[in-house]
Design a protein around this ligand. Structure first.
Ligand code: SF4
Ligand code: SF4
Length: 160
């Protein structure tokens, strides 16, 4: 089973949570260079429950280079409408690096999952606008065009 190791990408504000104060470019106040300062008493939601797709995968399906601190993006699964697993790709920075995006798209295709990836504006610290692109079956593409709502994307306690 994989472990996070030196990665702290999900503590750095690239994915947000209604439960913790952090935002793109502004890490969680408890994050330190040595890891989480409150590790033993970190919140259950989202900290203990969140597992990115890399952490849940094997090296055969998502290689070690795809660990978020190395790949420049956090991949995670969400259930959305009738789709039990949608692969979300959130940049750890402004944009998902091209090689990471290609690997994520191949992984989604091999596993028959729709995929959504995001891009931030240049000044993302002051403007949290995200644009999203998606790939998947035509029904998914129609739904995502009209209905996809970012909301709280980190917590596993919501269904979108
Ligand atoms: S992004 Fe994934 S590998 Fe990195 S700390 Fe979070 S859960 Fe662990
Ligand atoms: S409380 Fe700890 S584990 Fe949770 S986001 Fe902050 S630094 Fe990360």
């Amino acid at each position: 089973m994989r472990v996070c190791g030196e990665c702290t990408a999900c503590c750095e504000g690239w994915v947000t949570s209604r439960h913790l104060a952090m935002s793109p470019g502004v890490p969680c106040e408890h994050r330190t260079d040595a890891g989480c300062a409150i590790y033993e008493r970190r919140p259950d939601v989202p900290c203990k429950q969140f597992k990115c797709a890399w952490l849940q995968s094997t090296p055969e399906s998502l290689p070690d280079e795809m660990r978020p601190d190395r790949s420049g993006a956090i991949l995670y699964f969400r259930a959305w409408k009738q789709w039990s697993r949608v692969l979300n790709v959130m940049p750890a920075g402004r944009k998902v690096p091209d090689t990471t995006l290609r690997t994520a798209q191949e992984y989604a295709a091999e596993n028959h999952m729709p995929i959504v990836w995001s891009e931030r504006v240049e000044d993302f610290v002051n403007d949290d606008t995200l644009t999203r692109k998606a790939m998947g079956p035509s029904e998914f593409m129609t739904q995502v065009k009209w209905d996809f709502v970012p909301e709280d994307i980190w917590s596993p306690d919501q269904s979108v």
